[in-house]
Design a protein around this ligand. Structure first.
Ligand code: IMP
Ligand code: ZN
Length: 392
């Protein structure tokens, strides 16, 4: 790795660095102030009167007692505020803007299709709401793009991953895969031409942004073999597979990890409590990792502080790594700050952070070309128009 970048790693550098965010849950990425807007609106209509103000209910950056105490925040709180199609569209738009403002150039936003009978929101309506918001977003970036005939830094492309929750039944997991296939991004066309051409596939092409399927949810719940048929269908359907992997010791048994690896996932999230024999398989297959520093430290998933995080160990293995936020609305650490933390605790100079960003780009399910172009332009600016500063 060589560089002629003279920059020091500071807030400005990590924000300006074009970054790919590959592990971000929609509902966990909503800022408390956006949730507060919904909360005030509901209260004005006489609803949610027993819900605490989001600004005090979610104290960004505070430690959780453990990972289990973290999950009710979604089921009992955030979902009560984001409970209809209008709200889903509203928060999705805000989340996209927050990521772009942080210098994210390519986002794979993941979310669990969810229904709300009271507001007549079906799972299909939920996915349509998110997809329509992505369409509006990507189209507005395309206009800026064609007007300038170059991809501008700041023009974030957004894609979607649909999540299967560990508490789902096999039938519910199949429903998620049905939706993922219906809304699958036409990967046979590269990013740019897909935007311009359009194609008469199953769902309107301009609303098809799903690039992968995820397994998420409380790691103390569920039996992963329930989902083997669903992930088999997703794989055969040409979707990327990413799985929350070995988050806690209880979800790191040989039987669970071998079952997940039998699905031939493309990427693994968290990858914390991994026995050596599975670490060897991961290295041999060169699986990509989505690693989340602040999330893991604040929920106590990892022991010790940032410097002890397993990011340092995986970095040496040759597996691609995508630093990710997981739930920035809750943990309060934007992706740029995760890069800053990596620089600080793992002694990474500017060129190494550029390398890391390329590593994430290469692990993406569709943003590689776009991201590598953004990073190339960034390097040219930083080096005063010189050659590419780093090679992956
Ligand atoms: P949503 O899928 O957009 O509604 O985002 C919230 C969901 O993401 C939660 O209900 C969890 O299932 C999942 N999630 C968020 N953070 C984590 C995590 O750290 N581990 C596993 N699942 C998570
Ligand atoms: Zn996650």
């Amino acid at each position: 790795m060589t560089t002629s970048i003279n920059q020091i790693v500071d807030d400005d550098f990590v924000r300006a660095l074009p970054k790919a965010e590959l592990h971000a849950h929609l509902s966990g990425s909503i800022s408390p102030s956006v949730l507060q807007g919904l909360w005030k609106r509901k209260r004005a209509q006489g609803q949610c009167l027993d819900l605490e103000d989001p600004l005090t209910a979610i104290r960004q950056g505070e430690r959780f007692v453990d990972v289990v105490s973290f999950f009710p925040l979604f089921d009992k709180y955030i979902y009560a505020l984001v409970d209809n199609v209008w709200a889903v569209k509203f928060v999705t738009g805000q989340v996209l803007q927050d990521f772009e403002d942080d210098g994210v150039g390519y986002l794979e936003l993941r979310t669990t299709p969810r229904e709300n009978l009271c507001s007549n929101m079906t799972k299909q309506a939920y996915v349509t709401a998110v997809s329509e918001t992505l369409r509006e977003w990507n189209e507005s970036r395309r206009l800026a793009d064609s007007a300038n005939s170059v991809i501008q830094h700041g023009n974030m492309i957004a894609r979607l991953i649909l999540s299967i929750d560990r508490k789902m039944t096999a039938v519910q997991a199949d429903e998620v895969v049905d939706l993922a296939i219906k809304y699958k991004f036409p990967r046979e066309v590269d990013d740019k031409s897909a935007i311009h051409l359009g194609r008469p596939l199953e769902a309107p092409v301009e609303e098809r942004f799903v690039v992968g399927v995820d397994l998420c949810g409380n790691p103390l719940r569920g039996e992963v073999s329930t989902f083997t048929p669903a992930f088999g269908r997703a794989k055969r359907g040409g979707l990327g597979i990413t799985v929350h992997f070995a988050e806690v010791p209880q979800s790191s048994t040989g039987s669970e990890l071998s079952t997940i690896l039998s699905w031939e996932p493309d990427r693994l999230g968290h990858v914390i409590n991994v026995p050596q024999q599975y670490a060897d398989i991961i290295k041999k297959r060169k699986l990509a990792m989505e690693l989340c520093l602040s999330c893991n430290v604040l929920t106590g998933l990892t022991t010790g502080g940032f410097a002890e995080h397993h990011f340092g160990r995986w970095l040496k293995t040759g597996c691609a790594i995508a630093l990710s936020t997981d739930d920035v609305g809750v943990f309060g650490s934007p992706l740029s700050n995760e890069y800053l933390l990596a620089a600080k605790h793992f002694d990474m100079p500017p060129a190494a952070l550029v390398w890391l960003s390329k590593s994430a780009a290469c692990a993406s399910f569709g943003g590689r070309k776009h991201m590598l172009e953004l990073i190339r332009r960034f390097e040219q600016r930083e080096t005063g128009g010189g050659q590419d500063a780093t090679e992956l």
